[in-house]
Design a protein around this ligand. Structure first.
Ligand code: NDP
Length: 627
C-alpha cells in the first residue's frame, strides 16, 4: 500500500495517504470494541477534554489586540518600496472592486468576459495578489493542490510547476491573471478604502480612500479577504521589547536575509523566537531552524502535521490534459469535500482523505449501519487519524519529551490541519528548542526576551506567527464601514452576525456584492468558491445592464430565510465546536450563534453551488428587489 520516501532531512517517512481508509472501511458496519481498536475511546475523549479545558480563557477572542496605534507598523508594506504619489481621483467607473487578491481578480476576469470596461481594483498592497502578496515568509506555500487552487489555469494555458505551489509561483500567477484581463489598468494600489456610501438618487456608490479619492461606481464588489488583518497577542510587556520584531505576513528579509525559498543567512548570529505554531509557523520554522543561531519555538497548542509529499509536475501528464481538466478536477475535489461519491479521487491527498473519512457521511450509505452509530464511527475514525498523526511525531522526533509536546490532542477539524515533511524533523536540530507552554501561552515579553513557564529566554528577534483576526467585527477587519440605503451602516446591521442572501448580497445595500465564505460555500479550495461568486455577480450585473435595472438588492424576507437556513444546517454545530480546543474555528472556545451564523453553508460547497446555479437558471431573480 504505502511507499517510503526519504525527506531532505534524511528521515524516512511512510507515504500512505490512504491508510485510514482501510481502517474506516473495516468499521463501517458497527462500532468496534476497545480490544479491536487497540485504544480506549473514553480515555482519549477525557484527554481531549483535559487539554481543551486548560486552554479555555475567560477573555476568549479578546486576548488579542488590534494592530493599530503603536502597532500599525506591523501593517506596513515591506515589499514595494515607497508609496508613489498620485492625484486624487473624482471619477466614475462601472465596477469598483475592493481587494486585488484572487477574489477581486477572478471577479474582474469574469466581468471582462462580458465586456465591462471601466473596472477599478482598489488595493492596500503595492500590487495584486492579496494574501500571496503579503505572505512571503520563507517556505510559504499552499496546502491545497495547485492544479485546483490556481484560478483560471486553463483559460491562461498554465499548468503549475509542482503539486503544491510555493508562494512566488502563486503571486506570479496573480500577476498573470491581472495582465491577461487587463486589470492593472485603472487600479489604485497602496490605497485604502475609508468609506462606501450609497446615494439613492444617483444610484451610485461613493468611495472614499486614504489618498483623497472620492470616486463613484454603479456596482461595488467587496473582496477584502477572510484573513487580512494580522493579529497580535495581548501579552504583557509586548511594548517594552527592544529587539527586532515582525509579523509573518510582513516578513523582514532586510533583517533575516534570504528569500521565500529560505537561506536566512543574516540570522546566523541571532537568537530568534517564533510565537505560534499554526499553519504559517509549520511552513517557516524549518527555514528559521536552518538559518538562526538558536531558534526558540513558543508553542501553546501543537498543530496536526501530516504528510506533504510534494512533487514536480510530470510534463507527460501536463501534456495529456484534455480541455475542461481544471474544472473537472475542482469539481471532483468539491464533490468529495461535500460528502459525495466519485468514481476516482483525482487529487488523492491528505485533504481528500481526511474530509472523506472524518467529515463525510457518504461512506455509510448502503452499508446497513445503524444511523445512530454514525457519529460514534466518525469519532473513531477521527481518533485513528489523530493517532496516526501522533505516531508520526514519535517516528520523526528523537527527543521523547519534545515529541510528546508536539502531539495534538483534539479532533482533526478543531484546528486547521497542516501538511509538511520538514517541520517535525527541524526539532531534531541541536539549535532548535521547543518551548511548550502546556496550553497557557507565553507569560510576557521583557525588554530583552520572552518569558514562558516562568523562564526568560533572551531573544534578538521575535517573529509573530500569531495569525489573523477572525470573529471581530466585519467592518473592523475591512477597515471601513459601508453606508447603505437610508443611511444604514453595515457595521450596525451585522453587529449580531452577518445577514445576506447566499452570502453574496445584503438587504439595504444595493448593487453591493460580497466575496467571502460566510453564509456561502465553505471549501478549502477558496478560489473555486470565489469563481462561483464571480459567475453569480457576472450574471446579476449582466442582467442589470441588459434589462435596464438600475439597482438590485435582496428582499428582507429572502435574506432572513437564508440566515435561518444557514444556522439550521450548520455542520460543525455548537456541540462539536464546544468540545474543541480553542482556536479561531470555534471563536476561541466560545462558539455562539453569531459564530455559527457567520459560518459557511453547512451541506458543503457542491450543494451550495447547485442552489445558486439553479437560482440563476430559473431566470426569476427570486428574492431580489429590482428598481
Ligand atoms: P493561526 O491563527 O492558525 O495560528 C496562530 C498561532 O499563534 C497559534 O499556534 C496560536 O496558539 C498561537 N498563539 C496565539 N497567542 C499566543 C500566545 N499568547 N502564546 C503562544 N502562542 C500563541 O495563524 P497562522 O498564520 O498560522 O494561520 C492562519 C491561517 O492561514 C491558517 O489557518 C490557514 O487557513 C491559512 N494558511 C494557509 C496556508 C495554506 O497552505 N493555504 C498556509 C498558512 C496559513 P493556539 O493554537 O493555542 O491558539
Amino acid at each position: 500500500m504505502g511507499r517510503t520516501r526519504i525527506l531532505p532531512s534524511g528521515v524516512p517517512i511512510k507515504v500512505d495517504v490512504m491508510s485510514s481508509d482501510s481502517l474506516a472501511a473495516a468499521q463501517t458496519t458497527r462500532v468496534p470494541t476497545t480490544e479491536e481498536l487497540g485504544f480506549d475511546p473514553d480515555r482519549l475523549r477525557e484527554k481531549y477534554r483535559f487539554e481543551r479545558d486548560r486552554r479555555l480563557r475567560a477573555d476568549g477572542n479578546e486576548q488579542y489586540q488590534e494592530v493599530v496605534g503603536d502597532f500599525a507598523r506591523y501593517l506596513d508594506d515591506p515589499y514595494s518600496g515607497p508609496v508613489k504619489p498620485r492625484a486624487a481621483l473624482h471619477d466614475e467607473v462601472d465596477v469598483l472592486i475592493v481587494g486585488g487578491g484572487f477574489g477581486g481578480l477572478i471577479c474582474g476576469a469574469r466581468l471582462r468576459q462580458i465586456g465591462i470596461e471601466r473596472i477599478r481594483i482598489i488595493e492596500e498592497a503595492g500590487d495584486v495578489g492579496g494574501t500571496w502578496y503579503w505572505n512571503r515568509y520563507p517556505g510559504a506555500a499552499c496546502d491545497t493542490e495547485a492544479y485546483i487552487y490556481l484560478p483560471l489555469c486553463e483559460e491562461l494555458g498554465y499548468v503549475p510547476r509542482t503539486k503544491y505551489a510555493f508562494a512566488p509561483e502563486i503571486l506570479e500567477h496573480a500577476g498573470r491573471i491581472a495582465r491577461h484581463f487587463d486589470l492593472h489598468t485603472g487600479a489604485c494600489f497602496h490605497t485604502h478604502v475609508t468609506g462606501l456610501r450609497w446615494d439613492d438618487v444617483s444610484m451610485r456608490w461613493h468611495i472614499t480612500t486614504n489618498r483623497g479619492d472620492d470616486m463613484r461606481a454603479r456596482f461595488v464588489i467587496m473582496s477584502n479577504g477572510p484573513l487580512n488583518r494580522p493579529k497580535l497577542p495581548g501579552i504583557p510587556g509586548i511594548r517594552e521589547y527592544k529587539g527586532h520584531t515582525f509579523h509573518t505576513s510582513r516578513w523582514d528579509y532586510d533583517y533575516t536575509g534570504g528569500s521565500s525559498e529560505g537561506g536566512l543567512h543574516k540570522l546566523a548570529d541571532k537568537r530568534v523566537g517564533i510565537i505560534g505554531t499554526g499553519a504559517t509557523a509549520v511552513q517557516c520554522v524549518p527555514h528559521l531552524g536552518a538559518g538562526a543561531k538558536e531558534l526558540y519555538v513558543f508553542q501553546r497548542t501543537p498543530s496536526s502535521v501530516d504528510v506533504r509529499d510534494n512533487r514536480k509536475t510530470d510534463p507527460a501528464w501536463a501534456a495529456s490534459l484534455e480541455p475542461g481538466w481544471q474544472r473537472e478536477r475542482m469539481e471532483n475535489f468539491n464533490t468529495l469535500t461535500s460528502g459525495g461519491v466519485v468514481e476516482k479521487d483525482l487529487i488523492q491527498d491528505g485533504w481528500t482523505e481526511i474530509i472523506r473519512n472524518l467529515v463525510s457521511m457518504a461512506k455509510f450509505r448502503g452499508t446497513g449501519v445503524d444511523w445512530a452509530d454514525v457519529p460514534k464511527l466518525m469519532e473513531i475514525a477521527d481518533f485513528q487519524k489523530m493517532n496516526q498523526i501522533r505516531a508520526r511525531v514519535d517516528a520523526v522526533v528523537k527527543d521523547k519529551a519534545t515529541a510528546d509536546a508536539l502531539k495534538p490532542w483534539y479532533r482533526q477539524f478543531c484546528k486547521r490541519p497542516c501538511f509538511h515533511d520538514d517541520y517535525l524533523p527541524t526539532f531534531n536540530r541541536p539549535n532548535v528548542h521547543l518551548i511548550d507552554t502546556a496550553g497557557l501561552g507565553i507569560d510576557r515579553i521583557t525588554a530583552t526576551g520572552v518569558v514562558a513557564n516562568g523562564i526568560e529566554y533572551p531573544i534578538d528577534c521575535i517573529v509573530f506567527a500569531t495569525g489573523f483576526e477572525v470573529g471581530t467585527a466585519w467592518t473592523r477587519r475591512a477597515g471601513y464601514d459601508v453606508q447603505g440605503r437610508d443611511r444604514q451602516k453595515l457595521g450596525d446591521k451585522w453587529a449580531d452576525g452577518i445577514r445576506t442572501l447566499h452570502g453574496y448580497m445584503t438587504h439595504g445595500f444595493p448593487n453591493l456584492f460580497i466575496v467571502g465564505n460566510s453564509q456561502s460555500a465553505g471549501t478549502t479550495n477558496f478560489p473555486h468558491a470565489m469563481d462561483e461568486s464571480a459567475r453569480h455577480f457576472q450574471y446579476l450585473i449582466q442582467k442589470c445592464l441588459q434589462e435596464d435595472i438600475r439597482c438590485i438588492e435582496p428582499d428582507k424576507d429572502a435574506e432572513d430565510a437564508w440566515v435561518e437556513h444557514i444556522i439550521s444546517i450548520s455542520r460543525f454545530n455548537e456541540a462539536f465546536l464546544s468540545d474543541c480546543t480553542p482556536g479561531y474555528y470555534n471563536n476561541e472556545g466560545k462558539p455562539n450563534r453569531r459564530s455559527i451564523q457567520n459560518g459557511a453553508y453547512g451541506k458543503g460547497p457542491n450543494p451550495f453551488f447547485r442552489i445558486t446555479k439553479a437560482w440563476r437558471e430559473a431566470e426569476e431573480m427570486e428574492g431580489m428587489v429590482r428598481r
